[in-house]
Design a protein around this ligand. Structure first.
Ligand code: GDP
Ligand code: MG
Length: 297
């Protein structure tokens, strides 16, 4: 490695649903973070590691910031703040089809309060579906929130302007040796990823009021060599009434959730997977310190 090698941590921030996970996945060209049309899909801090010839970029996909309504929410915000302070660069992502709102103001307020001030890039995403009027009016509204930021217009899902964005990111990172081995894409084990993919599948199929009360525990993950992997997982819901909804009539909903998750896990791991799911009630787990610890939040 030469002395021209860059490496460092890039903290990704932005309100829920602006496309943070989609962007990291696009850079890594592989699905490591759950993506769904619902906000708050990403709950854990997760690294995405991109190793190139001239740089190693370590993306930290922070959980979406929002007004905390329960203990899990508070933990998520504290975690996000720490991530920003420890990063070498902040990548602020926003949706160029929506004017800045309270969440964006709060995020900008946090950035202003940081003691260490990493450089900032403002990436305005979803340009593929923005009108000319939006492209004219909205970028400057965001830029006013973080005037020190470098501005990029991108589309994560259509892969527009991502090369330019990546070049800017690399140039702003400090010089240094790679911190992770080249083969490592993420710090989460396949097992954890499988759990996240089951949860993502729940978010896709279930009604609005249930998904945020769901967490998934992987009970068994065993290799069956040429036959692939055998996975047993438990979906925890907060209420008895939710259990019935997740299982569905004749178990049909759980079947749909399982089939989708299995396909995603197979895609991620490149081999066959047998997935067995069950549903359990764990009352009010989001407000219980003990349960949060047990689920590793
Ligand atoms: P996050 O909550 O910020 O991590 O957002 P996600 O990555 O989960 O994306 C939220 C939604 O926006 C998903 O339905 C994505 O497919 C969609 N999305 C992400 N990037 C783009 C984009 O560049 N253009 C369009 N049209 N949709 C996008
Ligand atoms: Mg996300």
């Amino acid at each position: 490695m030469s002395e021209n090698y860059h490496s460092g941590f890039v903290a990704i921030m932005g309100r829920p649903n602006v496309g943070k996970s989609t962007l990291v996945n696009a850079f890594l060209q592989q699905k490591i973070a759950p993506v769904s049309p619902r906000p708050q899909t990403t709950r854990r801090k997760q690294l995405g590691i991109l190793t190139l010839e001239n740089a190693q970029v370590i993306f930290v996909d922070t959980p979406g910031v929002h007004q905390p309504r329960h203990k899990l929410g508070e933990k998520m915000n504290a975690e996000a703040m720490k991530t920003l302070e420890e990063s070498d660069l902040i990548l602020f992502i926003a949706d160029v089809t929506v004017f800045p709102g309270d969440d964006d103001n709060n995020l900008a307020g946090w950035v202003a309060k940081l003691k260490q001030r990493p450089p900032i890039i403002l990436a305005l995403n979803k340009m593929d579906r923005a009108s000319n009027q939006q492209l004219e009016d909205i970028p400057s509204a965001y830029h006013q929130l973080v005037p020190q930021a470098q501005l990029h217009l991108i589309s994560a899902s259509k892969r527009q302007n991502l090369e330019e964005l990546l070049t800017s990111i690399i140039n702003l990172l400090p010089f240094g040796m790679p911190l992770f081995s080249e083969a490592q894409l993420t710090d989460l084990y396949e097992r954890d990823l499988a759990g996240e993919l089951v949860r993502e599948s729940c978010l896709i199929y279930l009604q609005d009021e249930i998904p945020h009360g769901i967490t998934v525990r992987i009970d068994q993950f065993t290799e069956r060599n040429e036959h692939g992997a055998y996975i047993e997982a438990t979906i925890f819901v907060e209420r008895e009434s939710h259990k019935g909804i997740v299982i569905g009539q004749n178990g049909l909903m759980l079947k749909k959730i399982g089939a989708h998750a299995r396909k995603e896990i197979e895609e991620m791991s490149g081999r066959k997977v047998f997935l067995s799911l069950r549903v359990k009630v764990s009352k009010n787990w989001r407000n219980s310190e003990k349960m949060l610890r047990r689920f590793n939040y």
